[in-house]
Write a protein that binds this ligand. Structure first.
Ligand code: LLP
Length: 415
């Protein structure tokens, strides 16, 4: 559910016409709905209430500090994968004790920063990383709280680029090595083993892969207990999908309904790391039609947003619904919605029957609240778009549009 809806043929974000936002802030423009964000974070808390849990929002999905602050105020923690994401989460006011830190390539500086910040735990991805964290924590005279990320070798049935829980991918520690690695960690002087972690992939629309992976993890947990190793946090990762094209997707309550019975009687705190299912449908990208051009059997709709602003279609062939901000009776035409970037791969939508558009019309690229702004770039020296938060009839600029001088910030020409 989201709060981008038509009223009298015009698309609104909550109580504000998108037309008004385009006029005030310009395009391309990312627009987020506060009501939708709140609804989504609450749906996780409601689904898992009755069992101790922490919802650690995956910052990689959307790292604007206004978004993080809002989620934090609604009880969320953060799942971070870099020093930069940790900085953002802390700056947004998310308590360190609700922050978990994953990723296969944490640097020494990042590890020190996270240790100093006193995060909840590191989700460790390899034996080498474990040894490094032990060494650094020792130098800092600290004990590092850690979980081991286990690769449960489960196929999440999603796009290979966003699938992580199979053996062939770089993530986590293989199941067969897990027990030994836990024992090793337990024996390390500057390591405190507090958790077990898994994350099998993203845009997973069914509950079954989560349950299958969790069953494997719980079996391992029992083995650990038998060896006298107690675990406090079970981090089941993120990955729940969203409807991009009206496809059926499981909701947090369905996930919880199947997960919680498996945890019954176990003295654990469950950590969940949703990203996309919190912010995905809570954001849109607003763009303006610059030109129209006849192509073979289709029309090219050239808009002012390109793959640098929203790269999921170019990178994954991902589907994002495109809606006209103002509905008309002009009829439909098969269209490719393309950006200004000098690459054939620069498209937002391909072969779509879209309402016939005209120069100056506005379009809304839907489900653009996750992995869209965060994956944007300055390619073709294009300044990044602005971001706006809407709450009811009010709207707030939460990130300024970049200027031309931002583009060369930090660059120098040697004498
Ligand atoms: N936890 C870990 C350890 C992760 O690696 C991820 C996502 C998440 C949580 C959050 O997953 P979510 O709930 O958002 O599915 N750029 C791709 C998605 C990459 C996901 C990477 N990891 C896309 O645009 O589809």
């Amino acid at each position: 559910m989201h709060l981008f809806q038509y009223r009298n043929g015009e698309l609104y974000a909550e109580g504000v016409p998108l037309r008004v936002l385009a006029k005030k802030y310009g395009t391309p423009l990312y627009v987020y709905s506060q009501g939708t964000l709140e609804r989504h974070i609450k749906s996780y808390h409601t689904a898992f209430k009755g069992y101790p849990h922490i919802i650690c929002f995956a910052v990689k999905a959307n790292s604007n500090i206004a978004v993080l602050n809002l989620l934090g105020k609604n009880g969320a923690g953060a799942d971070v994968v870099s020093g930069g994401e940790l900085y953002r989460a802390l700056k947004a006011g998310i308590p360190a004790k609700r922050i978990v830190y994953a990723g296969v390539g944490k640097t020494g500086d990042e590890i020190r920063y996270a240790l100093k910040s006193k995060i909840l735990m590191f989700n460790i991805e390899s034996g080498d990383e474990l040894a490094e964290i032990n060494r650094i924590a020792g130098r800092m005279r600290l004990k590092a709280p850690i979980a081991l990320r286990i690769n449960p070798d489960i196929d999440p049935l999603t796009h290979p680029y966003i699938s992580t829980g199979l053996k062939k991918y770089k993530f986590g520690i293989p199941m067969e090595e897990a027990l030994e690695c836990f024992k090793l960690a337990h024996g390390m002087k500057n390591i405190e083993v507090v958790g077990i972690h898994k994350h099998i992939g993203s845009q997973i629309t069914e509950v079954t892969p989560f349950v299958d992976a969790l069953r494997k993890i719980l079996k391992l947990l029992d083995e650990l207990t038998a060896h006298g190793l107690t675990i406090r946090y079970l981090d089941m990762g993120g990955g729940l999908g969203i409807p991009y094209n009206n496809e059926p997707t499981a909701q947090p309550r369905e996930l919880a309904k199947q997960v919680l019975p498996l945890l019954k009687g176990r003295d654990l705190t469950l950590v969940v790391e949703p990203g996309r299912s919190i912010t995905g449908n809570a954001g849109i990208l607003l763009a303006k039609v610059l030109y129209l051009k006849k192509g073979p059997g289709k029309e090219f709709v050239i808009v002012d947003a390109g793959m640098n602003d929203l790269m999921r279609p170019s990178l994954y062939d991902a589907y994002h619904e495109v809606l006209p901000v103002k509905r008309s009776r002009r009829g439909k035409v098969v269209s490719d919605v393309v950006g200004p970037i000098c690459e054939s791969g620069d498209f937002i939508a391909k072969g779509r029957p879209l309402q016939k558009l005209q120069q100056g019309d506005l379009i809304s690229v839907m489900s653009a609240g996750a992995y869209c702004f965060t994956m944007s770039s300055n390619y073709n020296a294009r300044p990044k778009p602005a971001e706006v938060m809407v709450k009811g009839r009010r709207h707030f600029l939460i990130r300024q549009r970049e200027t031309l001088s931002d583009l060369t910030r930090g660059e120098t020409i040697p004498k």
